[in-house]
Write a protein that binds this ligand. Structure first.
Ligand code: UD1
Ligand code: UDP
Length: 372
């Protein structure tokens, strides 16, 4: 059986790496990998850490690309790739524009589609934008749905997808996380904090990430003012922010937060270092999807800088809170966690709802039993 895995961005690569590794183990499967490279440097960092060499690289990224650029460019190029490869099924992950376009291209050629991380929903088509619509479109076009949780499966059933082809597997990001945590510690890792300029004794670390399109402009300004206020009121604290390479993120973040002593603005970290830092930090402020899942597994309290989340499991378990992008709300909620150890301890309890580290194994087993 020939399986073509298609992806384009950092989070898809992290979440598909365990699946690709598992596909490669099976003698019954010919595994091929195509990247659109909707991301470049941030994708390459992941490919390197997981030792994945794509069979085909469309190299589409350019600076400040629009949704039209990604969609039209990837769609055009994927036609030839799919015709040449002729896979029995394509595997797609999540809700990026690469994921949507790859599933559309496969559908046009009547090739089966397996959707990893199917069924996530906020029920608000502009939050997150354009991911909520991307994932709904991928689900409509798919033939096999790998739902990470029971809630995701329930969303798919509610929308009328056939129950026989929906499988609850756990999220493959937890496979990637456990794999990375269990890797042998290179001696150099002890040096990482000081290499990053973060060796400030035992100061508490707040890890920050942010990149969502719906927050461009005012949202990002508010996030930055919130971080500025936290830094000012807590001089003993270190904020570490690996800044996404999107120029719409880089500009406000560096303009507003550059030069503040206890805020470290750093380049995106490779996955190994990022996981290590996440494990060291006191709490996480993020708008990322994957980090909500990983930090939940690590027992790190998460303040989600978004209005809505498609991962309600973390909020319901009490480890995550939605704080939106309002400067004062971000400051107040963070300060509460810094000042009140009872609230902090109540929130900081690891949950296993997002997976047990064996999702990729299940996905490959299902593919072997259900394709052809
Ligand atoms: C994309 C996905 C989003 C996902 C996010 C993960 C879409 C529409 N958005 O958003 O769902 O959550 O990735 O990070 O699919 N850039 C670089 N180098 C890189 C990566 C990005 O320079 O390695 C810059 C480029 O200027 C690029 C811009 O960032 O044009 C935006 O990249 P893009 O993939 O369009 O959007 P993201 O915000 O990264
Ligand atoms: N991540 C990383 N380096 C960083 C920031 C994040 O490796 O500097 C990882 C993180 O652990 C998670 C994924 O990238 O697995 C999240 O990516 P992102 O926030 O870009 O996308 P989203 O999850 O929101 O789609």
């Amino acid at each position: 059986m020939k399986i073509l895995t298609i992806f384009g961005t950092r989070p898809e690569a992290i979440k598909l790496a365990p699946v690709i590794k598992e596909l490669q183990k099976s003698a019954l499967i010919e595994s091929r990998v195509c990247v659109t490279a909707q991301h470049r440097e941030m994708l390459d960092q992941v490919l390197e850490v997981f030792h994945i060499v794509p069979d085909c690289d469309l190299d589409i990224m350019h600076e400040d690309q629009s949704l039209f650029d990604i969609t039209s460019c990837a769609l055009r190029l994927l036609e030839d790739v799919l015709k040449e490869e002729g896979p029995d099924i394509v595997l797609i992950q999540g809700d990026t524009t690469t994921a949507f376009v790859a599933s559309l291209a496969a559908y046009y050629l009547k090739i089966k589609i397996g959707h990893v991380e199917a069924g996530l929903r906020t029920a608000d088509k502009f939050n997150p934008f354009p991911e909520e619509i991307n994932r709904r479109l991928v689900d409509v076009l798919s033939d096999l749905w790998f739902a990470p949780t029971q809630k995701a499966k329930a969303n798919l059933l509610r929308e009328g997808f056939p129950s026989g082809n929906i499988f609850v597997t756990g999220n493959t990001v937890i496979d990637a996380l456990f794999f990375t945590l269990n890797r042998e510690v290179p001696i150099a890792r002890q040096q990482w904090l000081s290499d990053l300029g973060l060796s400030r004794g035992d100061s508490r670390l707040i890890l920050v990430t942010g990149h969502r399109r719906e927050s461009f402009g005012e949202g990002f300004k508010q996030i930055c003012y919130g971080l500025q206020k936290i830094a000012e009121h807590n001089k003993d604290l270190q904020i570490v922010y690996p800044v996404h390479l999107n120029p719409r993120v880089q500009e406000p973040v560096h303009r507003i937060l550059g030069g503040i002593e206890n805020i470290s603005l750093i380049e995106p970290l490779d996955y190994e270092r990022f996981v290590w830092l996440m494990n060291q930090c006191y709490l996480v402020l993020t708008d990322s999807g994957g980090i909500q899942e990983e930090a939940s597994s690590l027992g790190k309290p998460i303040l989600v800088m978004r209005e809505k989340t498609e991962r309600p499991e973390a909020v319901e378990a009490g480890i995550a809170r939605l704080v939106g992008t309002d400067c004062d709300k971000i400051f107040t909620e963070t300060q509460r966690l810094l000042d009140n150890s009872a609230i902090y301890e109540k929130m900081g309890k690891a949950i296993s709802t997002f997976g047990d580290g064996r999702a990729a194994e299940r996905i490959v087993e299902i593919l072997l039993n259900h394709v052809k």
